[in-house]
Design a binder for this molecule. Structure first.
Ligand SMILES: Nc1ncnc2c1ncn2[C@@H]1O[C@H](COP(=O)(O)OP(=O)(O)O)[C@@H](O)[C@H]1O
Ligand SMILES: [Mg+2]
Length: 226
């Protein structure tokens, strides 16, 4: 699914050059559940942006689902993102004026899928995260955990090949975070490929495998019971 080879990325900050990623290489297979763990400033977000095709590396090769992403134009990358990748963020990133159902329908609107099918698939996705009885609610009328479930339903609705989550429990209390992690476990059991970015070893331990990143380098791979 993901093949990274010698991926490097530098930021120029004034006269300083920051080596955010330094020759990072790893593979993530179809159906795997992998955590990327590292301290603040280690390069996690930079790596996530490249995995999610939101940013491009300076050097090295990134193949996503078999294709070298450097071969795509900006427009093609946008299309790849909307069809292949479901994003989940720490801050949920829901639209406050839309209902849960309308938020979940949005990715399908961008894909030009008709109204009736959109509604049906969004209802299905919300049902699968346990929110069948909250479809008409707006984000402000939902708890943090429920909002993250809506965001997960939105990430799932286009049936992406890859689910990419950046600190998904970062804004939640421990109990609610644990429920969200249970949901990720279920999604993995159902065959989804999941990459989860975190600084929290307890969260990373819920994945099958953890890639540790320190100072822009993959330090070690940790196999764990999943
Ligand atoms: N836009 C940017 N401009 C300059 N430096 C940046 C930029 N984004 C990130 N960095 C630097 O790159 C390094 C990695 O950052 P980041 O990927 O955000 O780490 P993490 O997500 O693990 O906290 C840090 O030293 C950070 O200060
Ligand atoms: Mg970050």
């Amino acid at each position: 699914m993901i093949q990274m080879r010698d991926i490097s990325k530098c930021y120029q900050l004034g006269g300083e050059k920051v080596h955010a990623l330094n020759k990072v290489s790893f593979d993530i297979g179809n159906g795997e559940y992998v955590a990327i763990i590292g301290p603040s400033g280690s390069g996690k977000s930079t790596l996530m942006n490249i995995i999610g095709c939101l940013d491009v590396q300076d050097s090295g090769t990134y193949r996503l689902a078999g294709t070298d992403t450097s071969k795509y134009s900006g427009r093609q990358l946008a299309r790849l993102r909307s069809t292949h990748i479901g994003f989940i963020f720490q801050g949920f990133n829901l639209l406050g004026r839309l209902s849960a159902l309308e938020n979940v329908e949005l990715p399908l609107v961008y894909q030009g899928i008709g109204r009736k099918q959109r509604r049906q698939r969004a209802e299905e996705a919300l049902g699968s995260v346990g929110l069948a009885d909250r479809m008409k609610h707006r984000p402000a009328q939902l708890s943090g955990g429920q909002q993250q479930r809506v965001a997960i339903a939105r990430a799932l609705v286009a049936k992406p090949k890859l689910i990419l989550a950046d600190e998904p429990t970062g804004n939640l209390d421990t109990g609610t975070g644990s429920e969200i992690m249970d949901l990720f476990g279920q999604l993995h059991t159902q065959g989804n490929t999941i990459v989860l970015i975190t600084h929290d070893p307890g969260i990373a331990a819920r994945a099958q495998r953890a890639l540790r990143i320190v100072d822009g380098k993959i330090q070690q791979e940790e196999d764990q019971e999943g």
